[in-house]
Design a protein around this ligand. Structure first.
Ligand code: UD1
Ligand code: MG
Length: 384
């Protein structure tokens, strides 16, 4: 109703103001975190640069801690403000409470991952631990998930199996929960293994987050027949993704080529989990997977190395040629190249500078997200 719309507009405004504050906060925190990590000898060598193999440039690690910190503050402040807005607009206590339940579970998942990422930066966790831990981090999210567990069945398939005319979807219940669990575990790891160039981790996350925001805004503005529950889910998803965009933008100003800070696993886990949560609680996890197309590709291509059928070195970064300043694909063994998207792009499109390679990969990311919107549009016709 009218009051709800006013409340929706106001809560979006609250979200915008808090996101601007989160950007400012992250900008203030990054130099502080960088100085602190450097003084604790937490730095990385910028491997794709001239001379740095000998360790001349020490780039502070874990700047993502600034993002995670500012983001956690933004989410808690937002919860407080959302409650005040709902009281001001005379809405039921119930709506504020269900917001709080979802918001708290999002906070639990994201906070868990920031912690895990920072532990990884400090202690260098074994790969098994990195894969398994997000599974636990994702549980609060699944347990508070109040959305549908049904999947729409495409009309040709319905015709094939003689579905009754009024049945358009089937409830797959627990199976859907397993799917969402796998999705979130995948998201949390996938950004981290599509990495190693200045600006790539933060850049890809920013583009996906932008796509998530756009999808929510389009859904809210284009379909007035949407049920209130769906509109609520999109509003909620915006409230998660907008502060994330703000903190990531701040990070990118420091992490873009040539990087003054590294994002650390603190950021990559935080980013993957936040996007996974925003997609799941926004009830569009299928489209989210399309936004993650480069990461899916990178993961599938990497599996021989991830599962140790092919040797996996500690770093799968390209090789820097100090004579030309260009990057070349790196090898895992005498005969095989490292199997990830970064090296594949170098093999397909030829050696180039670090900045150019990052831009190429980000253009691919943006194209994948654009294609996802088209696919979503085309498929809804078939699916309905
Ligand atoms: C993942 C990748 C690894 C890749 C690394 C780079 C897998 C299985 N693991 O490991 O292959 O080499 O990320 O991020 O795919 N660095 C740069 N320039 C950058 C970013 C990072 O030189 O723009 C280097 C720095 O030395 C930095 C280090 O990478 O210290 C960070 O690596 P880390 O995030 O700890 O590696 P993993 O996530 O374990
Ligand atoms: Mg990493």
């Amino acid at each position: 109703g009218g009051a709800d719309n006013v409340g929706g507009a106001t809560s979006t405004l609250v979200c915008v103001v808090i996101s601007i504050l989160a950007y400012w906060m992250t900008m203030r925190l990054i130099p502080f975190v960088a100085a602190k990590t450097l003084s604790r000898n937490m730095f990385g060598k910028d491997l794709n640069k001239r001379g740095t193999r000998r360790g001349e440039t020490r780039v502070p690690e874990s700047a993502g801690l600034a993002c995670g910190g500012a983001y956690a503050m933004a989410l808690t402040m937002q919860q407080l403000c959302q409650r005040l807005v709902r009281v001001a607009f005379g809405q039921s206590a119930g709506s504020a409470e269900s917001w709080a339940v979802e918001s708290n579970s999002a906070l639990a998942c994201v906070g868990y991952m920031v912690f895990l990422g920072f532990v990884d930066d400090v202690l260098d966790l074994p790969w098994r631990a990195k894969i398994v831990s997000p599974g636990f981090a994702a549980l609060p999210l699944l347990l508070s998930y109040g959305g549908a567990t049904t999947v729409l069945v495409p009309s040709p398939v319905r015709a094939m199996f003689n579905f009754p005319a009024d049945v358009r979807s089937i409830d797959i219940g627990a199976l859907y929960m397993v799917y969402m669990w796998l999705l979130v575990v995948f998201c949390s790891n996938s950004i981290n293994i599509h990495a190693g160039l200045n600006g790539l981790e933060a850049g890809q996350s920013l583009i996906i987050a932008g796509a998530v925001l756009l999808l929510n805004v389009m859904a809210l503005t284009s379909d007035p027949s949407d049920e209130p529950i769906t509109a609520g889910a999109h509003l909620f998803s915006i409230s998660l993704v907008l502060p994330f965009i703000a903190t990531t933008l701040a990070l990118l100003t420091h992490n873009w080529y040539p990087s003054k800070v590294f994002v650390g696993d603190t950021y990559t886990y935080f980013a993957g989990m936040t996007l996974g949560v925003a997609g799941t609680l926004g009830h569009f996890s299928e489209t989210l997977l399309l936004f993650f197309f480069p990461q899916v590709l990178n993961f599938l291509y990497s599996t021989p190395q991830l599962f140790k059928f092919v040797h996996c070195p500690r770093h799968r970064l390209p090789i820097f040629d100090p004579k030309t300043g260009l990057l070349h694909p790196s090898k895992a063994t005498e005969t095989r190249y490292n199997m990830n998207l970064v090296n594949l792009f170098l093999r397909l499109f030829g050696p180039c500078t670090e900045r150019a390679l990052c831009v190429r990969l980000l253009v691919f990311q943006a194209s994948s997200c654009a294609a996802a919107f088209v696919a979503r549009h085309v498929l809804t016709g078939v699916w309905k």
